[in-house]
Design a protein around this ligand. Structure first.
Ligand SMILES: Nc1ncnc2c1ncn2[C@@H]1O[C@H](COP(=O)(O)OP(=O)(O)OP(=O)(O)O)[C@@H](O)[C@H]1O
Ligand SMILES: Nc1nc2c(c(=O)[nH]1)N=C(CO)CN2
Length: 188
């Protein structure tokens, strides 16, 4: 005789499947090739349409001098997104890479001009070190193009394990980053 499982028994898988933690994440988006504004808007739309990702806020747009990369690199447009997600960090990174590829990103030399770059800055308060991923992003604390737009949407933000974003930006300064109020990325 086959046993029918009792509807009252909840096993560990059912429980963990039903209770995935919600993480608040910060993503940094940059573009310095092609129609930079359209690339950022398209990326925000694609991330917003991702199941289990809710984009909560989008920063103002900044035009920023390229940090590193070849001499011919042009200025970037940068924004920061605040999102809630139940995706694992690996799935979120895969999704970020898929969105980069959808916008024609080619991986060549580090820092090369790109139609779209999506970096994972924070994943809740977690610190993660693996072959594919370091979170918080290891260079976020020294990048005004991340810190300035982040501070605009979250004045009390803290980079986990490092310190308040306001203090980090005060240290780094805002040379080379300029808020462009004529450009906005919509959260439709
Ligand atoms: N926090 C992170 N966010 C995004 N990618 C990361 C992160 N940590 C590690 N990586 C890894 O870095 C690799 C290279 O990423 P990418 O080509 O976007 O670098 P980059 O944008 O040129 O430079 P940078 O890492 O300084 O922003 C990715 O394949 C990814 O696996
Ligand atoms: N201004 C600016 N410079 C960069 C950027 C970026 O988004 N903005 N991204 C880089 C690699 O992630 C390297 N340098």
């Amino acid at each position: 005789m086959t046993e029918t499982p009792s509807p009252h028994v909840i096993d560990a898988d059912t429980l963990s499947g039903g209770l995935k933690p919600i993480r608040q994440v910060i993503l940094s988006l940059g573009s310095n090739l092609g129609d930079r504004e359209a690339n950022l808007q398209g990326a925000v739309d694609a991330l917003r349409d991702t199941p289990d990702v809710v984009v909560v806020d989008v920063s103002p747009v900044y035009e920023t001098e390229p940090v590193g990369g070849p001499d011919e690199s042009g200025p970037y447009l940068n924004i920061v997104l605040l999102a809630d997600t139940t995706l694992s960090v690996d799935t979120l990174l895969d999704r970020a890479h898929a969105v980069e590829q959808a916008f024609g990103r080619e991986r060549s030399v580090p820092g090369a001009p790109r139609t779209l770059d999506v970096d994972l800055i924070t994943y809740g308060k977690k610190t993660i070190e693996s072959e594919e991923l370091t979170v918080p992003h290891p260079r976020a604390h020294e990048r005004a193009f991340v810190l300035a737009p982040w501070l605009d949407i979250e004045p009390d933000a803290v980079l986990p394990g490092v310190g308040p974003v306001a203090d980090l930006l005060a240290k780094v300064g805002t040379d080379g980053v300029k808020r462009v109020d004529e450009l906005t990325i919509e959260l439709q």
